[in-house]
Ligand binder design. Structure first.
Ligand SMILES: N[C@@H](CCC[C@H](N)C(=O)O)C(=O)O
Length: 295
């Protein structure tokens, strides 16, 4: 069956980038003029029929977007983040780092001489800085909100509810459950009363010691609105915070190894700085998919 579509608007510029394999379609739209819809986002993020991505980052001036206009004085640029299914997430750690790489590469922004670069998100303004060749973002101190349980095929796992601006459920694995064996194809089960807006669900296991890190862990994640991804920055903040708590600490450096690479987390002084690579891999133009016409 074919679906009727309104005519697509003329091709628009895009870029494709990723942070530790968490990949994004990037749409520059400084004036907030693109008629972006959930259906268009899902079509662009489709890995077979679109460009493909875990999410989409619209690059828009804060002053030009109703969700960020209040931040315009503090942060000129707004990361309008969308999950691959067309839903919004409040924030995205790898997304912010990739967003800033795009701002730098495209010349839309440079590093301020006097401090970090502020970026507006739906969870507030975050500070971003260079870390050698990498990009680091302060996601703010994760808040632990109590215990909860996740279910995956064959396992019921105890965890901690963590707020990083977006919702997370972090489950340290018991020694008899190998991280690699978890089946993360279906959505993990959790109590919808605890997570009325859904949850990103992380699983962590110890890793071999890493020089310079107080704690080292491995993690996998099932992201809300996406599925299993190779990396999740806000999830790595939540995991680092829970891993430190498990070691009897609140502050320290945590090496988090994800399927897409390593993120280095530094928790101190009310901050959670997350550092790692962020790259732009392609640019081009794409017709913006139009919304299907009503049946
Ligand atoms: N991959 C992101 C998180 C993206 C948002 C998440 N799926 C949600 O819905 O909260 C990250 O790097 O933080």
């Amino acid at each position: 069956m074919t679906r009727a579509h309104a005519p697509a608007v003329p091709p628009v510029p895009f870029a494709k980038g990723h942070g530790t394999g968490n990949d994004f379609v990037i749409l520059p739209d400084p004036d907030g003029a693109l008629p972006l819809t959930p259906a268009a986002v899902a079509a662009l993020c489709d890995r077979r029929f679109g460009i493909g991505g875990d999410g989409l980052l619209r690059v828009v001036r804060s002053a030009a977007h109703p969700d960020a206009a209040g931040h315009a004085a503090a942060a000129p640029w707004f990361m309008d983040y969308w999950n691959a299914d067309g839903s919004h997430g409040e924030t995205c750690g790898n997304g912010v780092r990739t967003f800033v790489r795009y701002l730098l590469d495209s010349g839309l922004a440079g590093w301020p001489a006097d401090g970090p670069l502020p970026v507006a998100t739906r969870a507030g303004v975050v500070a971003v800085r260079a870390d050698g060749p990498d990009i680091a973002v302060d996601m703010g101190r994760p808040r632990h909100l109590g215990p909860a349980v996740a279910t995956v095929p064959g396992h019921t796992l105890a965890g901690t509810v963590v707020d990083v601006g977006n919702p997370h459920l972090v489950c340290p694995l018991p020694p008899e459950v190998p991280l690699a064996d978890l089946d993360l194809r279906p959505l993990p089960g959790y109590d919808p009363a605890v997570f009325p807006r859904g949850a990103n669900v992380e699983f962590l296991a110890p890793a071999a010691p890493v020089p310079g890190a107080d704690v080292a862990v491995r993690m996998r994640v099932y992201e809300r609105g996406v599925g299993e991804t190779l990396s999740c920055g806000s999830g790595a903040c939540a995991v680092a915070s829970v891993a430190l708590a498990g070691a009897g600490r609140t502050d320290g450096v945590v090496a988090v190894d994800l399927p897409g690479g390593r993120l280095t987390m530094t928790l101190a002084d009310g901050s959670c700085w997350m550092s790692g690579p962020a790259v732009i891999v392609a640019t081009g133009t794409v017709p913006l998919p139009a919304a299907p016409l009503p049946a």
